[in-house]
Design a protein around this ligand. Structure first.
Ligand code: ATP
Ligand code: FE
Length: 338
């Protein structure tokens, strides 16, 4: 079984090829054009996807060493994401599947992030978590605690009521004038700073839900005060600021995750999404494994941010279940797991 996966929900155009669930290629074109704007500009993202989709799919097939006629099905991200971006991948996938006369498989982007844990790089790769497990899904647009009962049965136990963790990091980085995306920049600076140098407001939200908008505001207001006394405050303290911000976010994330583990009594705990690239969060997972006896699952860096390998593997499982998509199903932008 050969599956082609296509991802175009935000600002990465990605294509991957899998043979019997084993990854053969994963090619991603990231869009540099947004850097100048400090965030993703939807119209520019759609245009770049248009430019990239054919060469990226072509490369993925070449690197996998197969012809398109050998494909068994095409899996694509149907949503959630930016509508203009999704439309490019969705329309391309539909056209290609129709012309080859093979099935189409729609994949939910968030389910895909979680399914990154099932990507196999070889036949003897058995690193996937056993079911059920708990997954902390932290990306640019979402922060959720998910109970994974099966690949097609994911239960959202808690989620952010406002901003996502990645969004908060990106916005604080922007306020500091550090550039976009802020995640990797904050991560790098944080390693040289003191995580206890500054304190920022932590939310008090009941249950397993998150909130990050208060932290963002607290960060902004604190900076404004400090800059009054020292106009070069950010430049002089950026490492400590980054470390303290990262510490606060990781602390918020792990508190609720501990509660979820306690409530479900499931100690197999995974992390997924772009923010799972963060070293502070990865360290916190290792500490929790030691302290609380968790078995942890941390994806390879290349499978944390948006990629087509995660779409391909989800598509592969759906293919085995004959779970196909009809050509009239439209893309959707709204956040849902279904
Ligand atoms: P969604 O999946 O919710 O639709 P998205 O696809 O835009 O959103 P991802 O690509 O999964 O999100 O993740 C991007 C986010 O990950 C950005 O907010 C980015 O700053 C953050 N990020 C990437 N690397 C790191 C890092 N090392 N530390 C912290 N955050 C990071
Ligand atoms: Fe994503």
């Amino acid at each position: 079984v050969y599956i082609l996966g296509i991802e175009s929900s935000c600002d990465d155009t990605s294509a991957a090829v899998l043979r019997n669930g084993v990854l053969l290629s994963n090619v991603t074109a990231s869009q540099e054009v947004h850097k100048a704007y400090g965030g993703v500009v939807p119209e520019l993202a759609s245009r770049a996807h248009q430019q990239n989709v054919v060469p990226v799919v072509d490369q993925a097939l070449k690197r996998a060493g197969i012809e398109k006629e050998q494909l068994s099905a095409i899996a694509f991200t149907r949503g959630p994401g930016l509508m203009g971006s999704l439309l490019v991948g969705v329309s391309f996938a539909k056209g290609m599947a129709r012309s080859l006369g093979i099935p189409l498989i729609d994949v939910n982007h968030l389910q895909g992030h979680v399914m990154a844990h099932f990507i196999k790089e070889s036949d003897d790769d058995h690193s996937a978590p056993p079911l059920p497990f708990i997954c902390l899904l932290v990306s640019g647009g979402n922060s959720q605690i998910v109970k994974v009962n099966a690949y097609n049965d994911m239960q959202v136990l808690g989620q952010t009521i406002d901003d996502a963790a990645g969004e908060a990091i990106d916005k604080c980085s922007k306020v500091m004038g550090l550039g976009y995306p802020g995640g990797p920049i904050i991560d790098r600076l944080a390693r040289q700073g003191n995580p206890h140098a500054y304190k920022f407001a932590e939310p008090h939200i009941p249950g397993l839900n998150y909130s990050f908008s208060g932290l963002k505001t607290s960060f902004l207001y604190s900076l404004r005060e400090w800059i009054k006394d020292d106009p070069d405050f950010i430049e002089h303290h950026k490492e400590d600021l980054a470390a303290s911000l990262e510490y606060t976010i990781v602390d918020i994330l792990m508190k609720k995750l501990r509660l979820a583990v306690k409530q479900t009594n499931i100690k197999h705990v995974a992390v997924a999404g772009g923010v799972s690239a963060n070293n502070g969060l990865r360290n916190a997972f290792h500490e929790h494994a030691e302290k609380y006896g968790w078995t942890i699952y941390i994806p390879k860096f290349s499978y944390t941010t948006d990629n087509a390998a995660m779409i391909g593997i989800t598509g592969y499982y759906k293919y085995l279940d004959n779970d196909y998509c009809s050509i009239d199903k439209p893309a959707f932008s709204k956040v849902t797991f279904q």
